[in-house]
Every structure is written in structure tokens, then in C-alpha cells.
Design a protein around this ligand. Structure first.
Ligand SMILES: *Cc1c(COP(=O)(O)O)cnc(C)c1O
Length: 368
């Protein structure tokens, strides 16, 4: 059976090989007589799954040893509260607004700490990432929050800001939920990074936090214990029951990622090159088209989430039903912005993007 191509923004496409392995191991993982869902999180079987997943995540993203990798629950939106509870120390926090997700984070943080709006592109419909040189940083902020890939507006940060060189003493916190593991991260610029798994890693329910050790241990008293980075870190992510099955699937995805090859490159380098190739193909087609448009500033366009509009919105329904007939699923844009969106995460092949472009062409031709 060949499966259709799935362009969902999340929960999203998984590598087929991962789904097949999980299916084959559902009833009996490696001769243990148990499915992974049925295992104690403290037993040797699951501990080995967890340790391998953490190791592969660190290897792929070259996470330095002074950073802890925490596996927890709560999602990206949970982190909107958990990060200020752990890192704000009750002081001021800077925010850069470049789309719906950073705006959500900004609002939530204000419940726990004082917030400063350093920059925003909301007036221009979140069509670009405000240049770092324009940010109005607070003198006393403990961190600056940046969403490095805005999943809804399709705005990606292609070069992390160096806050130190901007005269700021604050740490950079990034929400990299929707492009985690799609490209390398320059950890010298980052204090903390968090991601929900359901875009590029695995099933919903798992959140990964990468946080530099010296930032741990300063949580506000009101921080729930289950979300206190110190308690989670001291217990190797087993302070409470972690999302075990989601960690297992994430582990399989990480193994799949390590095996990827593209033009002589391997692992994350291979996937980064492939992601760039896929996005370039799709933007190139959209930019020359008479029917479709993408509104994002070319230098800030996301490689993962590509929103686009049909110039005649009355064609939207016909476009989507035709897409489905061509084996191209979940292209409808987010309800807050309308139009279409193609999410082309790691598991989307170049073939899937070619098929999408073929359909875009065919549909455009049939309307002219
Ligand atoms: C999907 C997403 C989230 C939300 O994650 P939940 O798991 O729904 O809490 C947060 N930030 C970004 C950038 C996302 O794409």
C-alpha cells in the first residue's frame, strides 16, 4: 500500500519505517513479552529505550554536556507557563513577537512575571521576523523569548541572535517546536530550548526541554513540582511518569534520522539539506505562479511550514478536495489566517513536494 502525502502542521507525518517498526513491536518489544506501553518506566527495558533516545537526540543536535535534556509532558503551551516559572526569577522577561505562537507565549508569561515587548511584526500581519538590531531590550531581563519557527505564519529565524554582543545579559529561550531536528542549533547562543514532539519528533504528549545546567534550580515557589526543571533533572526525567510510549516512538524517529543520507551527507546534515531543497522547490513554484502567493519576507521564510493563498479564495474548497483526490492531505491553512499551508517536516520526502507542485500546476492550469 502506498500512503498519501500528509502535509498536516501537527500532529504530523511520521516516517513510515517508524510506524512499521512500532507496529511490529506492539505486542512484544525485543522478546521482553511486553509492549512498550505496558512497561514500568523504572524497569531496565524502558530505561534502555529512554537512554538511547536521549543519547541520539544529543548526538544529532550536538547538545553540549553542560545542557540537560528533559523529557516531560505539558506541550509547547505548557512551557509557556513552565519557562517563566523556572527561569524568570520573578523579574522582567523580553519577548519578540513574530507570529501567533510567540504572542501566545507572551500573554501566558505575563501571568507569572513582568514582560517587555522588545519587538513585534503584528502590525504587518506577522510577515517577517523583526531584525535583532531593532529590538528594545530591557536592562534587567532574565531571558528573551523567541519562537524560532512560527508554525502558523511560516516565519523562521535563520540565524540565532547573539544577545551578549547586543549588550544584554539575558539568556535566549527558544520555542523550536516546529523545526526541532530540521537543522543544527548554535548552542553558544541559547540558554533554554523547548519543543512539543508532535511536529517533527513523534506523537503528541512528549515535550523536550534542553536547558543549560546553571539556569536550573531557580524556580518560583509556585512552580508545580512536576514542572520544576530541578526536580525533573535530578530524577532523570522520572520525577513523575514520563510519556513512555511517546518517548519510544521519538527514539525510533531519532534512529531513522541518524540513518538519513543526502548527497554524501548523513544524519542531521542530510536532513537539513533535504529540507532546504524541499522548501526552495515549493517557494520557487509559488513565487512564479499567477494563482498562489506567499506573503512572508523571503529572508524569513520557514523551511517547515509554508502558508500560501489562492488569489481567488472562492477556489479554496475545490483546491482542497482535488488535493485529497491526488493523495495530498491536510493542506488547509490554520483557521486564524485562512488559505493553505503545506507543512513539510523531516518525514516529508522530496517526492511528496514534487507531487504537491505537480498538483498546484495542474490546478492552476485548469483555472486559467
Ligand atoms: C504546536 C506548537 C506549540 C503548541 O504545542 P502544544 O503541544 O499544543 O502545547 C507551541 N509552539 C509552537 C511553535 C508550535 O508549533
Amino acid at each position: 500500500m502506498t500512503r498519501p502525502f500528509n502535509f498536516s502542521a501537527g500532529p504530523a507525518i511520521m516516517p513510515e519505517e517508524v510506524l512499521r517498526t512500532a507496529a511490529a513491536e506492539m505486542l512484544d518489544w525485543h522478546g521482553s513479552g511486553m509492549g512498550v506501553m505496558e512497561m514500568s518506566h523504572r524497569g531496565s527495558e524502558f530505561i534502555s529505550i529512554y537512554e538511547n533516545a536521549e543519547k541520539d537526540f544529543r548526538d544529532l543536535l550536538s547538545v553540549p554536556k553542560e545542557f540537560k535534556v528533559l523529557f516531560l509532558q505539558g506541550g509547547g503551551i505548557g512551557e509557556n507557563a513552565i519557562v517563566p516559572l523556572n527561569l524568570s526569577r520573578g523579574g522582567e522577561v523580553d519577548f519578540v513577537l513574530s507570529g501567533s505562537w510567540s504572542k501566545k507565549s507572551y500573554k501566558e508569561a505575563a501571568k507569572y512575571t513582568k514582560t517587555n515587548l522588545a519587538a513585534s511584526s503584528e502590525q504587518e500581519g506577522f510577515t517577517y521576523l523583526p531584525a535583532a538590531s531593532t529590538w528594545q531590550l530591557s536592562n534587567s531581563a532574565s531571558y528573551l523569548h523567541l519562537c524560532t519557527n512560527e508554525t502558523i505564519h511560516g516565519v523562521e529565524c535563520h540565524r540565532l541572535p547573539d544577545l551578549k554582543s547586543m549588550g544584554s545579559k539575558s539568556e535566549l529561550v527558544i520555542d523550536f517546536s516546529s523545526h526541532v531536528l530540521s537543522r543544527k542549533v548554535d548552542w553558544t547562543k541559547v540558554g533554554c530550548a523547548f519543543a512539543g514532539a508532535q511536529k517533527n519528533i513523534g506523537p503528541a504528549g512528549l515535550t523536550i526541554v534542553v536547558v543549560r545546567e546553571d539556569l536550573i534550580g531557580q524556580a518560583l515557589d509556585i512552580c508545580p513540582s512536576a514542572f520544576n526543571y530541578k526536580l525533573i533533572s535530578d530524577a532523570d526525567s522520572m520525577y513523575n511518569t514520563p510519556p513512555t510510549y511517546a518517548i519510544y516512538i521519538a527514539g525510533l524517529t531519532l534512529q531513522w534520522l541518524k540513518k538519513q543520507e543526502e548527497q554524501g551527507l548523513k544524519g542531521l546534515d542530510a536532513i537539513e539539506l533535504r529540507n532546504k531543497t524541499k522548501a526552495d522547490l515549493l517557494y520557487k513554484y509559488l513565487d512564479q505562479s499567477e494563482l498562489y502567493t506567499n506573503k512572508v519576507n523571503p529572508g524569513d521564510r520557514s523551511r517547515m511550514n509554508i502558508p500560501f493563498y489562492l488569489k481567488d479564495e472562492a477556489l479554496n474548497a475545490a483546491f482542497l478536495s482535488g488535493a485529497k483526490d491526488h493523495g495530498l492531505l491536510q493542506l488547509k491553512g490554520h483557521k486564524s489566517v485562512g488559505g493553505m499551508r503545506a507543512s513539510i517536516y523531516n518525514a516529508m520526502s522530496i517526492k511528496g513536494v514534487h507531487n504537491l507542485i505537480e498538483y498546484l500546476k495542474e490546478f492552476e492550469k485548469s483555472r486559467s
